[in-house]
Write a protein that binds this ligand. Structure first.
Ligand SMILES: [Zn+2]
Length: 291
């Protein structure tokens, strides 16, 4: 019989990691990957690095198998929340415009059906997106958006970007370092990256424990202020701003999460802001590798 290893090495900093939460899943299916999935409290065996504080899954689902599942992913419910998402993304573009002092070329990683691209284009940006799900990518193409059916690992561009956004993406990756390094290479000098990701050190995560809604099968990494700052600094980014992400969504979305059935149309029209303070919104600037 194999003894369970009690320690792991951290992928980000090589520090020593110890068990954070015992896993309760050992496989993943296409329905687990839906953005609107409601299976909270399911996660792989989680380890926390004692040095940089990142929490990571080990073992992880096979990378090729995961990529295949994302390619085949369909999420019919994603667009139901268009109004709430539009508000989320508009706030992000507001802050980017303040920090970047103007508009320019923007790349959205994990663009889904291209909502952020539409908002950015409407405000004078030249926005492009990459989306691995073929179904979501096609929805973007039908809206005449510049969207490519690729993942960040195999995306190349000769033209550099002023801004890169990755909203609720980094926690899904088998190796988040690849995305951060790639983003550095794709950005212009002084370009800005914006990340949104769940905060594992938040009060909500502590209160809800294993029932926290961000514990889901497709989440492989969980960050807090320290670990996300460590990762960005490692790849030569300077943190400009870090804050709690305010979610906007409809009452219908909230009720459906709670499995309450009630007047769909009416509830969809009521958009509420909710600051659960359990996601981080981070803006960082690319600095020269020599600095
Ligand atoms: Zn570490």
């Amino acid at each position: 019989m194999h003894e369970l290893q009690e320690k792991q090495r951290c992928v980000l900093c090589e520090g020593e990691a110890i068990i954070f939460r015992k896993g309760n899943i050992d496989k993943i299916s296409s329905k687990d990957l839906k953005i609107t999935d409601t299976q909270y409290g399911k996660h792989w065996q989680l380890w926390q690095c004692q040095n940089c504080e990142v929490v990571f899954s080990y073992p992880m689902p096979d990378e090729d198998c995961l990529a295949q599942l994302y390619r085949e992913m369909k999420d019919e419910e994603y667009d139901y929340e268009e109004e709430g998402r539009k508000r989320n993304f508009s706030k992000i573009i507001d802050r980017i415009e303040q920090l970047n002092k103007g508009k320019g070329r923007l790349l959205d990683i994990g663009a889904a059906s291209g909502l952020l691209l539409e908002i950015a284009n409407g405000r004078g940006w030249d926005a492009e997106g990459i989306e691995i799900s073929f179904d979501l990518y096609q929805k973007g193409v039908r809206k005449n958006l510049k969207i490519y059916n690729k993942n960040i690992e195999n995306y190349e561009s000769d033209n550099k970007y002023d801004v890169i956004t990755a909203i609720d993406v980094i926690e899904h990756l088998s190796n988040p370092q690849i995305m951060i390094e790639k983003s550095w290479n794709l950005l212009k000098e002084g370009g800005i990256i914006c990340l949104v990701t769940p905060n594992i050190s938040s009060l909500a995560a502590k209160i809800f424990g294993r029932y926290w809604w961000h514990y889901r099968p497709p989440h492989l990494y969980y960050f807090n202020c320290n670990s996300i700052a460590y990762l960005l600094k490692k790849f030569k980014f300077e943190i400009l701003m870090m804050q709690h992400y305010v979610w906007h969504f409809s009452l219908y979305y909230l009720f459906s999460r709670l499995k309450i059935q009630y007047g769909k149309k009416l509830l969809k029209s009521v958009i509420i802001p909710l600051n659960l303070m359990d996601s981080l919104e981070i803006y960082a600037r690319k600095i020269d590798k020599g600095n």
